[in-house]
Design a protein around this ligand. Structure first.
Ligand code: AMP
Length: 286
């Protein structure tokens, strides 16, 4: 077998191992993404293709037929994490990403609010922390998020995990769920506070409005808008404090896949950057 082919996971690839170049300006990038499109796992398919080709050329009887089966393996679905301070635009970008890439959107905050709405014991305990702008304890969050990630739709379609992990211990607790891309939205604090206090939800359509920047279209919609209980100036400052305390340690877990984006520009511009990075990742994966 060794005479016809040798299996190595190093840098064998059907495409040149070109460095990843992001569509965003260099000032917005972390110095990490050079290996992004070619993880060891991703090069596996290319290795099999190469092995097949070599075997056909040599026509050696030693060449194992199982390699041909391996090369037909379905490509793994996309896994993305998105992180950013409250009101950094995660929700908006998530909507755009799932629409284009058809991923399952898993938002830790939404899962917790669903527990509260369902009146569960976990929900009752979670609300005590959410009211104070603090992180809900891991024994509640980790299980809920893990269970959602394990469901068949997430496994088959791929997932977009939003608002998790928010601490190093959460990242470690679910370290088997590594993202292909870790998106970090960056927005200055004064913009974040203004966005949060003006944010309103239409409970009928689920649409998010902003009283100043994206006001409701009709008086009827305006009359039914609700505000999240933790979207007050006092609480958002606590939430921002919690975010800043934890973000660096979380990033240390995903150094090789971080994609840092300026979230203060228009949602279309932010999405164009994210879309460019995802498209480039998928292209390289092929
Ligand atoms: P969000 O909807 O992402 O703004 O989250 C709202 C609140 O839910 C946060 O302020 C936390 O209290 C709680 N929460 C959301 N995600 C997590 C998480 N990963 N770990 C702990 N608490 C969380």
């Amino acid at each position: 077998m060794a005479s016809c082919c040798s299996l190595s996971f190093s840098t064998v690839s059907s495409k040149p191992n070109k460095p990843y170049s992001s569509p965003i300006s260099s000032s917005l990038q972390l110095p990490i993404t050079s290996q992004l499109p070619f993880s060891k796992k991703n090069s596996l398919y290319s290795n099999h293709t190469l092995l097949q080709t070599q075997c056909r050329k040599t026509q050696s009887p030693d060449c194992p037929s199982f390699l041909v089966v391996g090369s037909a393996k379905k490509q793994e679905p996309l896994r993305v994490m998105i992180s950013g301070a409250p009101a950094s635009g995660k929700g908006t970008q998530c909507e755009l990403i799932i629409k284009k890439y058809d991923l399952v959107h898993i938002a830790a905050g939404d899962l917790l609010r669903a527990e509260i709405a369902a009146g569960t014991e976990n929900g009752r305990r979670a609300k005590e922390y959410m009211d104070k702008g603090q992180l809900v304890p891991n024994e509640i969050v980790v299980t809920i998020v893990k269970e959602r990630l394990m469901r068949p739709d997430s496994q088959e379609k791929g997932w977009l995990l939003d608002g998790y992990p928010r601490s190093l211990s959460q990242a470690v607790a679910l370290k088997e769920f590594q993202p292909d891309l870790f998106i970090l939205l960056e927005v200055p604090e004064e913009i974040l506070v203004e966005r949060v206090v003006g944010r309103r939800l239409d409970p009928v359509t689920g649409r998010i409005y902003h009283l100043k920047y994206s006001p409701p279209e009709t008086d009827e919609i305006a009359a039914r808008l609700t505000q999240r209980f933790d979207d007050t100036e006092e609480k958002v400052k606590l939430r921002l404090h919690t975010h800043h305390q934890n973000v660096e340690s979380v990033l240390s877990m995903y150094k090789d896949t971080i994609f840092q984006v300026d979230g203060s520009v228009s949602k279309e511009e932010v999405f164009a950057q994210i879309d460019g990075a995802l498209a480039q990742f998928l292209e390289a994966k092929e």
